[in-house]
Design a protein around this ligand. Structure first.
Ligand code: UGA
Length: 459
């Protein structure tokens, strides 16, 4: 099918690439000329695992091209809107980019078009979109509006697109439902040339859930808010474990064994970040308020999350006493591993606070340093972990990149001023680092003093 994708952010690019991968003829429209030029020259504006190879293959096969929004709108019989919906100062989602795309569609599209909102939007946006198109369209445009929220995690978005648990579509006509089923058919049947796994094992077919547009829009916001709630919940339990002398890793494992709860999103840490959870949570609270529903529960989720930064800074101060003039080795800047995204990254908030206390930051992140330099230019960016550790009073881990879990602890202990690790993600093995002479401070009661080598104990 001829499909247009509007917006070349991580959702738009993943959607365009994967729809081309499963055999569609895709045109991706982007309004930023600089980004467009980069894409046309084969360069991606973001780091997202596997996306470059899938895009490259699709372009070479002639199934994916990039151009202006106007060109894209004229191309596809289905038009996926994947533009940003950033937060306004009052927490509402800013929908002006969606309206702008709708105006272009109304003016330029002819014949029948299925207009699919994939951007995260408040409930009833589909209805507004329908009204806007109705009021501005040329006579020859016939259309359906559908909602098809994305559940793509940064860092695994290609995998999430091609091997999803569910595909949710919100429609108001059988025609729209049928078209969406046809578009996703190869994924529903899991009959895809999988670019990720050489011997892709047979997968369970995802559930194709058809709802009305309002329900589909709500599913997206409710899903993200629920996951955020789970994280704030485990973070509170983590604090309780620490105060009461229990072990959060064991407690989370014990809770997660209940299939009604499940083990995922029970990892305590310095709080959720990124461009989805914080903004979607705020937007969902605002939406509820507009409809007269008091969602104070979610306000608490947000408050608890913001407190995680204070907690981490206090933890560091407790361990190091005075921070002024001390060098700190900070590992990880991105809001989570496998991405270069630093938007709402708790690591950046923590670094800023440490700087105001007078600490000197020596930071390393495998992918996010270029972006971080734009936000925080006045820290030392290092080539690797070992450079960042030189003469540091502590190693502070803020993003759980896999490579941080397999460091040469022996080498590291010879570089630092004091062998102390403060693990803001509880991702290191306390026993492993302690066996190399490090004092380990984690969250939720996971700490250990350095093991004294047997030779010393025995005199
Ligand atoms: C999230 C959702 O998981 C996706 O389903 C959704 O499509 C996406 O938002 C979106 O709305 O676009 P993402 O923000 O990429 O995806 O990242 P997650 O893996 O969900 O993590 C979000 C934050 O929660 C990260 O800062 C992560 O470190 C934190 N987190 C996650 C925890 O602190 N503990 C956990 O147990 C899990």
């Amino acid at each position: 099918m001829k499909i247009s994708v509007i917006g070349a952010g991580y959702v738009g690019l993943t959607t365009a690439a994967c729809l081309a991968q499963i055999g569609h003829d895709v045109f991706c429209g982007e309004k930023d000329p600089e980004k467009l030029a980069r894409l046309r020259s084969g360069k991606l504006p973001i780091f997202e695992p596997h996306l470059d190879t899938v895009i490259d293959a699709a372009c070479k096969a002639g199934r994916l091209r990039f151009g202006s929004t106007e060109e894209a709108v004229e191309w596809g019989v289905a038009i996926f809107i994947c533009v940003g919906t950033p937060p306004l100062p009052n927490g509402d989602a800013d929908l002006h980019a969606i309206e702008a795309v709708a105006s272009i569609i109304a003016k330029r599209a002819t014949g029948y078009r299925l207009i699919v909102e994939k951007s995260t939007v408040p409930v009833q946006t589909g209805a507004q979109l329908r009204r806007h198109l109705g009021g501005h369209r040329t006579r020859s445009l016939d259309y359906d509006v559908a909602s098809n929220p994305e559940f793509l995690r940064e860092g695994t978005s290609v995998e999430d697109f091609l091997h999803p648990d569910r595909i949710v579509v919100g429609v108001e006509s059988a025609r729209a439902a049928d078209m969406l089923r046809e578009i996703y058919h190869p994924i529903i049947d899991q009959r895809i040339a999988c670019p990720l796994h050489a011997d892709c094992p047979p997968r369970k077919a995802p559930r194709f859930l058809v709802t009305d547009t309002n329900s589909s829009e709500l599913i997206k916001h409710a899903s993200n808010s629920f996951l955020a709630m789970k994280i704030s919940f485990i973070n509170m339990v983590s604090d309780l474990c620490e105060a009461a002398g229990a072990d959060i890793n064991k407690v989370a494992e014990g809770i997660g064994l209940d299939p009604r709860i499940g083990p995922s999103f029970l990892q305590p840490g310095i709080g959720f970040g990124g461009f989805c959870f914080p903004k979607d949570l705020q937007a969902f609270v605002r939406i509820a308020e507009k409809f007269g529903c008091d969602f104070t529960l979610l306000k608490e989720v947000e408050r608890i999350n913001q407190k995680r930064v204070d907690l981490m800074v206090e933890k560091i101060k407790t361990e190091l006493w005075v921070l002024r003039g001390k060098k700190l080795c900070v590992l990880g800047l991105a809001f989570k591993p496998n991405t270069d995204d630093i938007r709402f990254a708790p690591a950046l908030s923590i670094i800023r606070r440490l700087q105001t206390e007078g600490a000197q930051i020596q930071a390393y992140d495998p992918k996010a340093m270029d972006r971080a330099m734009q936000e925080i230019p006045d820290i030392t960016y290092c080539q690797n972990v070992y450079e960042a550790a030189q003469n540091a009073a502590a190693v502070v881990l803020l993003t759980e990149w896999k490579e941080f879990q397999n460091l040469d602890w022996e080498r590291l202990s010879g570089l630092v001023d004091r062998p102390l690790i403060i693990d803001g993600r509880n991702c290191l093995s306390r026993d492993v680092v302690a066996s190399h002479g490090f004092e380990y401070v984690g969250l939720g009661g996971i700490s250990a003093a350095a093991q004294i080598p047997a030779a010393v104990v025995n005199g």
